[in-house]
Design a protein around this ligand. Structure first.
Ligand code: DAH
Length: 352
């Protein structure tokens, strides 16, 4: 027989344990400490289990009483541990809230190289403006591939492969006999294939020339092609649309003049010059003292080109133009070197 167990002694052991627990729990400052306390008192090898080992030696009535007390103590302890855990967590988050507050009305610290807003490239900006202006005049905006066939880029534009005009545009050829389009004029052919006259289209895009790069030559640049086909189209329609466009894009009236210019896909072909916007036509370095700046090659579409596009030349005629976007942006902002557009320097882009 083991030691005789006294009921009163078990009760006072449980009461002592309860008091100790209360003190220990209140003293704990960390969740891990609380876990240790719980295991120390309530775990399988804990103090409560040790006390209850003696239960079997008590008469049944006393067993029930002590068992009840033990259960209550267990429940109370669990509740105390939980509420202490909550206190600790609340205090923790309150400290964070105090030290890491965020003032959503505080101004941004600038200049910050990381937080600068993105910008659209000036070429993209002017392209979007041009599209909006021509849409307003009823033009449709078309796209075409940058890798083109010889047919769209040259042949159908009245430039057969033995034509000397092919030398005007040095070309990047691909190994399979295609090419990087040398001009957006290729979109004219696609425009005619997609539409029945009358129609008005523009085709913006990136073009490529096998050129040595310097301040005024790039191997990669941007153009917008335009084409209008209808009955009785004449040079007067061309001039009217061009003047309307120029007035919109420069936000003022612009004087224009036409000079003859040669392109195989137009007849007659022209160079459209505008009155120099820098000096107002008096003569300055930008216009080389002439008062005029060459801006827009254009003309009446050559009948051969219309025929390649499946258009009946006994009924319809058309005009076409090709606008260089780099030149236009350079004029607008006084940029003196075409290499800025492609060199990837963010300081350039952030000015626009
Ligand atoms: N495609 C020509 C070039 O890149 C520009 C051009 C000239 C386009 C006359 C036209 C045009 O539509 O009519 O040099």
């Amino acid at each position: 027989m083991g030691k005789i167990v006294d009921k009163q002694e078990l009760i006072s052991q449980l009461q002592n344990m309860g008091k100790n627990l209360e003190v220990e729990i209140q003293k704990a400052e960390q969740e891990e400490e609380l876990e240790k306390i719980r295991i120390q008192f309530l775990g399988k090898k804990g103090e409560l289990t040790a006390i209850l080992k003696h239960l079997g030696k008590l008469p049944p009535d006393d067993r029930a009483e002590i068992g009840g007390l033990a259960n209550t103590l267990k429940e109370e302890t669990e509740a105390r541990v939980d509420s202490r855990k909550k206190e600790i967590a609340d205090r923790f988050f309150a400290t964070i809230a105090d030290s890491e507050w965020l003032d959503v009305t505080a101004p941004l610290r600038t200049p910050s190289p990381i937080l600068r807003k993105g910008r659209l490239h000036p070429i993209t900006q002017i392209q979007q403006e041009i599209e909006a202006i021509f849409r307003g005049m009823g033009f449709q905006v078309l796209d075409g591939p940058e890798v083109e066939t010889e047919y769209y880029n040259f042949t159908a534009l009245n430039t057969p492969d033995d034509h000397p005009a092919r030398d005007m545009q040095d070309t990047f050829w691909t190994e399979d006999g295609n090419l990087l389009r040398t001009h957006t004029s290729a979109i004219q052919i696609r425009g005619m294939e997609k539409n029945k006259p009358p129609f008005k289209v523009i085709g913006p895009g990136r073009v490529f020339r096998y050129e040595t790069v310097d301040a005024s030559h790039e191997n990669t640049f941007y153009q917008v092609e335009g084409m209008m086909v209808d009955k009785d189209i004449s040079v007067a329609n061309l001039i009217y649309i061009m003047k309307t466009f120029l007035r919109e894009i420069f936000a003022r009236d612009v004087k224009v003049r036409l000079r003859p210019g040669y392109f195989p896909f137009v007849e007659p072909g022209f160079e459209l010059d505008i009155n120099c916007l820098i000096c107002g036509g008096k003569g300055c370095p930008v216009c080389k003292q002439s008062g005029w700046v060459e801006l827009l090659p254009c003309g009446l579409v050559h009948p051969n080109v219309l025929r390649y596009g499946g258009i009946d030349t006994s009924i319809y005629s058309g005009f076409a133009f090709g606008l260089g976007l780099n030149r236009l942006v350079m004029m607008r902002y006084g940029i003196n070197d075409i290499r800025w557009f492609q060199n990837g320097d963010l300081r350039f882009i952030h000015q626009f």
